[in-house]
Design a protein around this ligand. Sequence first.
Ligand SMILES: *Cc1c(COP(=O)(O)O)cnc(C)c1O
Length: 429
Amino acid sequence: MGVSLSDAKSAELYVRAVQRLPGGVNSPVRAMRAIGRDPLFIDRAEGAEIVDVDGNRYVDFVCSWGPLIHGHAHPEILEAVHTAAARGTTFGAPTQGEVELAEEVARRIPSVQMLRMTSSGTEAAMSAVRLARAATGREKLLKFAGAYHGHLDGLLTDAGSGLATAAMPSSPGVPAAATATTIVIPWNDGEAVVAACARHDFAALLAEPYPANMGLVPPHEGFLELLRNQATANGALLVFDEVITGFRVGPGGAQERSGIAPDLTVMGKVVGGGLPAAAYGGSIELMNHVAPAGDVYQAGTLSGNPLAIAAGLQTLRMLDEQAYLRLGAITEAMAAGLHDAAASAGVPVQVAWVPGLFTVFFSTVPVHDYAGARACDTEAHAAWCRALLARGVYPPASQFEAWFPSLAHTPEHLDRALEAAAAAFADVA
Ligand SMILES: *Cc1c(COP(=O)(O)O)cnc(C)c1O
């Protein structure tokens, strides 16, 4: 079998961490339980490489789960943050940077004429839902099984419970009343969309246009168009959660790639450049419902924080057409290389990818929805991830996540990663 990882210092920290932090972490997937090991504590990172407290160096394909499209500690982003910090870290008053960021987003995403910044994607999704309900005077939401829109109560529901019944909360502590107005249906199931829309008056149809929180499961041809048409016919708003896809799969996100424009867009991750920032936006008419222009209340002490704005602006400014072509090529090379390495080792996998994102599903058949993702061999996936870590590659530690290649991944990083991946596939074969 393969090599093993020396992780004595991580193990020591973990013992202390679990005394003071639930599960030893501040966000669950970091605990690495889905791949059957304890977390690695990170000391530092630069470019595409991350170093743990034991000095192990990895090619990083998590990149903080999406924000770091230019890799870690990019000098120009650091400089922008340093410069901003020296002028004061927060004012609770408007700044020029916020105007510039809103203008830059609007330039890239025509459906976002106006936006409101928040500190997290969860907050942005929650606020978009509030706005959709206020603007339509309706309460019901349509959501897809396996889609993640942050941890707001009303959307913390996955279990595909059919059209007739309201969704069940997927966490204790979420009141049944909070999900009673949420209808959950399978992704890529056009008939289910049509049937749900025939039956309910929705405030919003919510979708990750390229869902990446059940692993990456791209939409079937015509599916986003069907969502657009059904939303319009229903009188619902179409809300695209582009927290992952925004500014990653192309300059204007999934809506630009697909040519399907939503009514509201939720953004996060890349837009904050690695600092806490997110946003929701849409037409001027819709966004003018938000206080103080309108009466839909929503606020935040650190919203539009100058450091996050500086990081986000610098991140977006470095994302030209050329950068997206390069990120697409990096993604394609990894996806093809992993596919071939698995085939050589005789491990059945399906590699799903769009520029900037991919997932290696341990499945013999293509994955179209959450049920397909859940049918994957998660044990084999876990063993493969542990083998990758031991061989110097840091993968997302769950079958239900996407890999996040960055512009800092050089051909040499890809070679290293693919060599390790081939050996790791051989380990699990
Ligand atoms: C990460 C994510 C969120 C939540 O963003 P946070 O900043 O973690 O609250 C919402 N939607 C999608 C699609 C995400 O990937």
